[in-house]
Design a protein around this ligand. Structure first.
Ligand SMILES: [Zn+2]
Length: 151
């Protein structure tokens, strides 16, 4: 089979699959990877927004972002792939940060609080998460004890 015929078959298959997914196969792959990442983040209890600190409930609100803008880094490629520069956030929190004007440090008081929290989270994220997990477990135990007491 010649190359042109092979390409034609591949294009045909690609077209069929794109119609099946209702999006390009590349977009479907990205969507799957994002779902896997979100699922793993939840299992590791890392599904909390780096910007506002709240839980990311649905994969549609889940975004991966660079804490320090890679485009203006001294080495953009290194900054882009640096896993220590990666955080999870709500899509809306991520977009809001991207819209913020470069002159203004914070858009408003809410934004300032959010940024201060994210600075705190960067340093103490693990301890903060551990406390949250402990608090949740405490509440669960308390609830169980209360429901047992009623019997
Ligand atoms: Zn958020």
């Amino acid at each position: 089979m010649n190359l042109a015929a092979q390409i034609s078959i591949m294009n045909e298959r690609h077209k069929r699959e794109s119609e099946l997914f209702g999006m390009s196969v590349g977009a479907a792959n990205n969507k799957l990877r994002k779902q896997i990442m979100f699922d793993l983040a939840k299992r590791l209890n890392l599904h909390f927004c780096y910007r506002c600190g709240h839980e990311i409930v649905h994969v549609d609100q889940f975004s991966v972002e660079h804490m320090n803008a890679w485009r203006i880094a001294s080495d953009p490629v290194v900054a882009f792939f640096d896993l220590n520069n990666i955080a999870f956030s709500h899509l809306r929190c991520n977009s809001a940060a991207a819209r913020r004007s470069p002159q203004k440090k914070y858009a408003d008081a809410k934004e300032r609080k959010r940024v201060q929290f994210q600075r705190y989270y960067k340093k103490n994220g693990r301890a903060w998460n551990d406390r949250r997990i402990a608090r949740r477990k405490e509440l669960k135990d308390l609830k169980e004890r209360n429901s047992n007491g009623l019997e």
